[in-house]
Ligand binder design. Structure first.
Ligand code: ZN
Length: 474
């Protein structure tokens, strides 16, 4: 590569998954994020294609956070020859270990099932990576605290700033020592005024800015302090039913538990058994509890007061991401007992779009009973059971049987961890001068183009929206 520094988008370019930003400076290479493509088949197939540069020629990875669409390609990158270090915050290191071990195991199980049942074009079907690949990648993690610049490659330092999107989430600020130029990679941008996580850190300038645009054309529902959730829970309990919440996304279970505990404490809902049915949930909850000091007030204040011997604070459930009666279900046998029990309760189980996982077993039992509610807490992609139920399907097919949808179907749309268009504009509004290069990534074309137009109109910047594998001169 000749000429000045460049950025090549190897993922999340006019789409929302597969974040991989290749930075080349004086012929040296580093990668910001190393995510998996998810969703449509033609996107998922990109996970099998070779990268345009040899993985061993990349000197370092700088990782913004632990969601799979940002870190899920790391095991494959290492298996293909990457030998550098993976810089991230300590909390991101904890969470990445959990999610990648889980993803490796699922990949292995899926390949094994495909081979056993013969539903594969590939003989034999292979996992994209194994849990052993995940372990090998995690040995390369180099945790670095927030706001501590460290050298990541000759002549380049990286610093993490709290992005408020997930425990440990960050923007990565790269500084090229020779020129003093700063490159700010926004990762995923969090939200303002939400519980559990801090607001996104304000930034005033960068020479190069790369920022997400997931909700570039939308405004999230007004914050209602849990009122919508309380209404659903109270209505369902009054009928003697169960609330089933399909949810998986790392961080969302913690926010749900925060709201349930708050509503219980305020007497807005009765104390009710809550089951989190997911083998991974317990370890993620432990990671959150361990890092209370990195979270938002009031969680942080309560944790500090409790640590200082304040007994009232120590007993507050918010502080431990627990509710009056929280059960984290691990074994299949315990999961089955919860599925079969008709007793009123709240069940949070994966997957979030009801495409697989243990929640399907809960749905088979719960859907035919009009006393129950299925409450969706996240985006439902077209083609998923979640999307069909939200659209009013009378039946859904689960495990080969037609299950009648008699339960109430509801949705909470205020739980997104991504900034909406107004919040992105608020954050960009902190810049005191326009970046020389501003790129939008991590968005579908429609919201991305809408946000580009809005930034150009309201802020007067020039905005680029590079396509897949396109290279931008910095
Ligand atoms: Zn994310």
């Amino acid at each position: 590569m000749t000429g000045g520094p460049t950025l090549t988008c190897l993922g999340a370019a006019r789409t929302v998954t597969g974040s991989k930003h290749l930075v080349q400076i004086d012929g040296r290479r580093l990668l910001v994020d190393c995510g998996l493509f998810q969703g449509r088949k033609e996107l998922r197939e990109r996970n099998w294609q070779p990268l345009p540069v040899p993985p061993e020629s990349i000197e370092a990875v700088v990782l913004t956070h632990a969601h799979l669409d940002h870190c899920g390609f790391l095991p494959r990158l290492v298996a293909q020859g990457f030998k550098g270090r993976i810089f991230c915050t300590p909390a991101t290191a904890d969470l990445a270990r959990i999610v990648l071990a889980d993803a490796g195991r699922i990949q292995e199980e899926d390949a094994e099932r495909a081979n056993r049942k013969g539903y594969t074009r590939h003989h034999p079907a292979l996992p994209l990576f194994t849990s052993e690949d995940a372990d090998r990648a995690m040995a390369r993690l180099q945790p670095v605290g927030y706001e501590r610049p460290v050298p990541v490659m000759d002549g380049v330092t990286a610093e993490f700033l709290d992005a408020g999107h997930l425990l440990g989430s960050a923007y990565a600020r790269l500084v090229v020592q020779a020129t003093g130029r700063t490159l700010l990679f926004g990762g995923d941008l969090g939200r303002y005024g939400r519980p559990v996580l801090a607001d996104p850190t304000p930034v005033t300038q960068a020479d190069v800015l790369v920022v997400e645009s997931t909700y570039g054309d939308r405004r999230h529902a007004e914050d209602d302090e849990g009122a919508a959730l309380a209404k659903v829970v109270n209505g369902t309990l009054a009928r003697g039913g169960k609330v089933i919440i399909p949810s998986f996304a790392l961080g969302r279970v913690e926010e749900l538990l925060y709201w349930i505990a708050t509503l219980e404490e305020q007497g807005e809902i009765p104390e009710v058994p809550v089951y989190v049915d997911s083998p991974m949930a317990a370890t993620v909850l432990t990671a959150y509890r361990k890092r209370m000091s990195e979270l938002d007030e009031p969680v942080r204040e309560l944790a500090e007061a409790a640590a200082g011997g304040d007994r009232v604070a120590a007993e507050r459930r918010l502080c431990a991401f627990t509710t009056a009666t929280l059960h984290v279900v691990q074994s299949i046998a315990d999961s089955r007992a919860v599925q079969e029990s008709p007793a009123p309760s709240i069940v949070i189980s994966s997957s979030g779009m009801a495409t697989g996982g243990r929640v399907l077993h809960h749905l088979v039992r719960a859907l035919p009973d009009p006393r129950n509610t299925v409450l969706f807490a996240g985006y439902q992609a077209p083609g998923t059971r979640g999307h069909a139920m939200r659209a009013g399907a009378a039946y859904v097919r689960i495990h080969g049987q037609e299950v009648p949808v008699k339960a109430t179907i509801d949705a909470l749309d205020s739980l997104s961890a991504h900034a909406d268009a107004d919040e992105i504009m608020r954050w960009l509004g902190g810049f005191t001068r326009p970046p020389a290069v501003a790129c939008l990534v991590h968005g579908e074309p429609e919201p991305m183009d809408a946000l580009k137009a809005r930034i150009e109109r309201d802020l007067g910047w020039t905005v680029q929206t590079p396509g897949h594998r396109a290279t931008v001169a910095l």
